[in-house]
Design a protein around this ligand. Sequence first.
Ligand SMILES: *Cc1c(COP(=O)(O)O)cnc(C)c1O
Length: 386
Amino acid sequence: MINLLDFKRLHNDFENDLIKAATDVIKSGSYIAGKEVDNFEKNIAEYLDTNHALGVANGTDALVIALRALGVKAGDEVITVSFTYFASAEVISYLGATPIFADVFEDTMCIDYTKIEEKITDKTKCIITVDIFGNPIAYDKVKEICDKHNLKWISDACQAISSEYAGQKVGAQADATCFSFFPTKNLGGLGDGGLITTNSKSLFDIMKGLSRHGSGKLGAIAYKEMNGKDSGIVPGKIGEKYYNYIIGQNSRLDEIQAAMLNVKLKYLDTWTQKRIENVKYFEDNYTGNDIVFPTITPNGKHVFHQLTLKSDRRDEILEELEKNDIAYGIYYPIPLHLQVAFDDLGYKEGSLVVSEKICKQVFSIPCAPELEKEELDKILSVLNKF
Ligand SMILES: *Cc1c(COP(=O)(O)O)cnc(C)c1O
């Protein structure tokens, strides 16, 4: 069987480092907000070239906290795409705001920035763009629109760590950029984890306070940033630890996950390079006609979280992959605007024609860094039948 991912194989060369790092945390007796998280936040901010990085519990929380920190609340509208993972829009509804879906480009499958402005109303507060499958959106075009209309902007880069636009790593272009360390992501923990990056100290302080129940010193700082004044509370001798200044939530990256990520971050560039080479190998040696390879956003660096191909003969291809014991995935079979969960938004078939069309064509095949040459050739031989 050729799997989409094989963690055992991926971790094989440094499994002992992971075990040692986990053991060190266990022996340290410090499991939340310790030195591994501090180090990881420092390492990843440097790697992504952003001023601030905040570890949180998962990528979905990263989006929720970023939305809350940017002031998105019930009644607001947030523009995003329908062709993405559910969480990108779920978080908007979770806060009582309304997702407004824009269509994507058929070739890059990223947000069609020429269709954003027609969705803007006086309720529009924010845009969430998605670097789908690791392909960066056209950051400069979206920035122009956000600046012109004074909109807040969150980049959902949960699939795109280490991807680049115009030579700059994704992470500092939007007001806040969200990442996920779900095990299957290009940089995965051994459990859940997430991250928010920003260049704004003020936004960072608010997000940090929000992620810690709005309590203690961090809560007091967040209160001040959000309200433009001190809370006026004088905690006295006991300190402010059990004073709560804002309604926050509990969302933290834990020490063991941070320790795992500190080990794995060192390999990320090598893995990304390998993904790119694997895709190039398929593309250079593909001799058929019925499969469309990904189009990379001009000026972008695609990191192939998924190698997502398109074909009108998808069913036949999937059958052939199955026969050959090659795993595949369909990301995504249903666009979000047609999901039952979003019924009340009132979208109908035909509302977003490109998103609907590509949902019927896409399929993702293995391109993971740990694949062997023979496996690539076996996959290629199936592709070449079409
Ligand atoms: C994985 C993912 C998320 C959510 O991340 P979790 O860590 O699973 O909560 C959000 N958006 C996109 C596009 C993702 O791929």
